[in-house]
Design a binder for this molecule. Structure first.
Ligand SMILES: [Fe+2]
Length: 469
């Protein structure tokens, strides 16, 4: 039973452990109101939110109903004692990871051993509480408070894998939900709050790729870290999945400790901040691209001969990039470069840009500055830095006779060489004031003839393979 002044000599420290400031929830189970009050005062000083129960039965009900980071219990209590309470909690799947401290006057070797056999984290005598309890609480919460109340959804069609992963994560202190395929996982995700998803790749109904894409596309779910688990042969697919929004991947068979460390890492506040920053930059990049694209559309809309040109080049570039084996991120960059390649025309005078007749030599020299102007416009935007060489080089020729630098062969950025092909095709097939657009076959013949002189042979080949003759 209770000792009324278990904390009478303990000092109130102003600064407490950082982890305790995140308000861990502690359940105190003791039939002595004096002990409960003393513990409440002390634990609240440490920053915890405290609930009380007067015996094991109330304690167990409270532990099931609510979510606690730590339970401190007496042993001798009416109706249900502390040992029975420990046994019931440690055999409850969702609750067994809550650390339990026994705080009792019964400090015999026999009862201490019994407590540890039941899985309690610490056994403290009430007479030592003032020197030992605070440190013990801090240590246990430091280990558990970051993990507790974090829910991991394990998605795998293999019962064995599901159970193995679930068991390890529960033992590490996480709350775990499981689903046997992507479709069932989505149902859970729409009904419950999940902090991390661990998903297999190959599953019936909805596989890991489908699940990852749907989660990433959803404004509510897109922030949840998504870890793919699959076998060695799927490495390339898993790397590709990173482009679809997956956070990381684990190759089976993996060390279960490695999984736990990874989960802790991705659930840390630091990671969440990095992830939010990355998403913010991506959103900013989207806005910038959207604004520039609108400018280009407005520029092209003034001239019926160039209307839709950039969109058309971008579409061709996407097909070429996919055909040439670019990964999803590189395809996206090629698409943006295609859209923005003539951005620099914003800086060219209208009397040159919209001139219906042939340009003079001087006017032509001015028009030739548009790749450099486009590159200069993009240069202050760090998130678009990697497409600048493609914009700057889209009028270079494979034989070195292009502009503005006269670069030759593969010294010209690959995407710039691809734009040159798509740009030429679009120009050939579009109507001009002085001629009708060429038919598809004729345009392809002209492009093939420019192989190795004006245009890159590999890019031309890819284009011809793609469109067929
Ligand atoms: Fe151009």
């Amino acid at each position: 039973m209770g000792e009324p002044s278990i904390f009478e000599n303990s000092s109130c420290r102003e600064e407490e452990d950082h982890l305790l400031k995140s308000s861990p929830r502690i359940l105190v189970v003791d039939d002595s109101s004096t002990v409960r009050v003393a513990l409440r005062i002390e634990l609240e000083r440490m920053g915890a939110a405290v609930s009380e129960a007067v015996d094991g039965i109330y304690g167990f009900e409270s532990a099931i109903r609510e979510d606690f980071d730590l339970i401190i219990t007496d042993i001798e209590m009416p109706r249900m004692d502390g040992f029975t309470l420990c046994r019931k909690i440690k055999s409850h799947n969702a609750k067994k990871s809550i650390p339990i401290i026994i705080l009792s006057s019964n400090y015999t070797e026999e009862s201490i051993e019994r407590g540890f056999k039941l899985g309690v984290a610490a056994y403290i005598s009430k007479s030592n509480a003032k020197t030992e309890l605070r440190e013990c609480v801090r240590e246990l919460l430091g280990r558990n408070v970051l993990l507790r109340r974090r829910t991991i959804l394990v998605v795998d069609d293999s019962v064995t894998t599901r159970h193995l992963v679930q068991k390890s994560l529960l033992a590490a202190g996480f709350y775990v939900l499981t689903a046997e395929n992507g479709a069932k996982a989505l149902k859970i995700l729409h009904n419950q709050s999940v902090d991390l998803i661990l998903s297999d790749l190959n599953m019936p109904e909805l596989d890991g790729i489908g699940l990852c894409r749907q989660v990433h596309a959803s404004p509510e779910l897109g922030r949840i870290p998504f870890i793919i688990m699959s076998s060695n042969g799927d490495r390339a697919t898993m790397r590709k999945l990173l482009q679809f929004g997956a956070t990381s991947y684990l190759v089976k068979p993996f060390n279960i400790d490695q999984l736990v460390v990874m989960a802790e890492q991705f659930l840390s506040d630091h990671f969440q901040r990095l992830s939010e920053e990355k998403k913010r930059l991506e959103a900013e990049r989207e806005i910038i691209i959207g604004s520039i694209t609108s400018l280009i559309l407005a520029l092209e809309a003034r001239d019926k001969y160039t209307r839709g040109h950039s969109e058309s080049v971008a579409t061709t570039l996407v097909h070429m990039a996919q055909h040439m084996g670019f990964n999803a991120e590189a395809v996206e960059k090629a698409k943006i470069a295609g859209k923005l390649h003539d951005l620099g025309k914003i800086g060219i005078r209208d009397d040159i840009l919209l001139k219906p007749s042939d340009l003079t030599k001087e006017e032509w020299e001015i028009l030739k500055t548009h790749p450099s102007i486009g590159a200069a416009i993009l240069s202050p935007i760090p998130s678009l830095a990697d497409i600048i060489p493609a914009i700057a080089g889209h009028h270079e020729r494979f034989d070195g006779k292009g502009y503005p630098e006269g670069l030759k062969g593969d010294r010209i950025h690959l995407v710039a060489r691809m734009i040159a092909v798509a740009d030429t095709y679009d120009a050939l097939t579009s109507d001009r004031p002085y001629r009708k657009g060429f038919p598809h076959d004729k345009a392809l013949t002209i492009i093939e003839e420019a192989k190795g002189t004006q245009l890159c042979p590999d890019c031309v080949q890819s284009f011809i393979d793609l469109l067929g003759k």
